[in-house]
Unconditional design. Sequence first.
Length: 476
Amino acid sequence: MVSELAPWVRTGGLGEVATTLPAALRALGVDVRVLVPGYRSLLDALPRACAVADFADLGGMLPRAVLRAAATPAGIPLFTVDCPQLYARPGGPYQDEHGVDWRDNHLRFGLLSRVAAAIAGGAGELGWRPAIVHCHDWQAGLAPAYLHCYAPHAARTVCSIHNIAYQGLFPPQTLQELGLPAQAFAIDGIEYYGKLSFLKAGIQYADRLTTVSPTYAREIQTAEFGCGLDGLLRSRAGVLCGILNGIDTRIWDPATDVHLAQRYDGSCIESKVANKSALQQRMQLPITDDMPLVGVVSRLTRQKGLDLLLDVAEEVIERPAQIVVLGTGEETLAAKFMALAGAHRRRCAAVVGFDEPLAHLIEAGADIFVMPSRYEPCGLNQMYSLRYGTPPVVRATGGLADTVVDCSERTVRDGTANGFVFREPTPAALIEALNRAVAAWRDRAAWRKLRHNGMRMDFGWDASALRYRDLYRSLV
């Protein structure tokens, strides 16, 4: 169960995982059904979704819901929770069109969790019951709590933490609205510093816990990265593991990508330069291969370390180099990147917004990709970059540390080098790594080898899906 499903409802990597992981699991013979809220955009895309169950009295203030069954074009079976009063709205899955959180998010995602628990308990007479309920992030975190309270033996549960900074915190009175017993609001339950926490519920009650990279699994057990839940996670370390997310290698493949000016693969990587020229033309930069082009596709937030890039951007431009930025996020950071582009029209360009074709062209057209994140549970763009032969510059955190191998004498010798890594979240550490990347770019033979190292890596879902299948088998 999950709150997003690409391409219809997506704010980040969660929506892509909800689409690609089930497909990989089904290829392994796992009988997977995806449970999602019945957002208007999703139901409009699935006009043949038929009603298969009616949930009229789920307790508390949770409204009536109709369960509809459908399938994605790829054949993944879906259950959608159709409740127009909660889901048929403009805006995004969590916020209105002005970026303000929906005031009833506790009911919107409490209903999703309650329906999941009801299905696991055999309600609805579907002729199918899950042995395992896999809950993704805080929006699904109450499902293990509902099962614990009302149907403790109905199904085993897995809770996956995609970003522990988002915990689904609500006032204590929402406990009654959600139809949960008073005893659940306790330190060994779902209470978190006087509030109700959806994510803590999942962590507390799930049979197994996963997160989206091995390094992040270790990091969230520390005070620095645990966001107040590190103590609980340390107490449950025996059931916690990190499984690296994969990417959709059908969509992110430079040999078949419809968004590129010139497709290429490892055998004709020289064709990549045509995409650099196309990107420069698109962004109204001088078309040249005499300087490296540094690309960024990101949410423009402090978490992503984009303020660090702003601190060193002038120095990068003077190398010389060009910078292209695409993203949305904090208005202050967006305004600063636009101002930087305005002041250096021949060296810097920025687009504030979401543009899927441009994101693909940046991955292919850039020479160097930058992800200076302060924390990054998994990250997908560094995997896209490696697959597209665009060595990334990253901070050693979360999934970035698990996928990018720093270019050093030893790693160049043993053939594992694929990018550039820095450790401290400071402008000085970032510019040192960028300087090394620019210097390596000037050695074209060495750079070609570095590109090939990244392109031959496999970031598909096959290996990770096997680990999830083994995890499920260990529970049943």
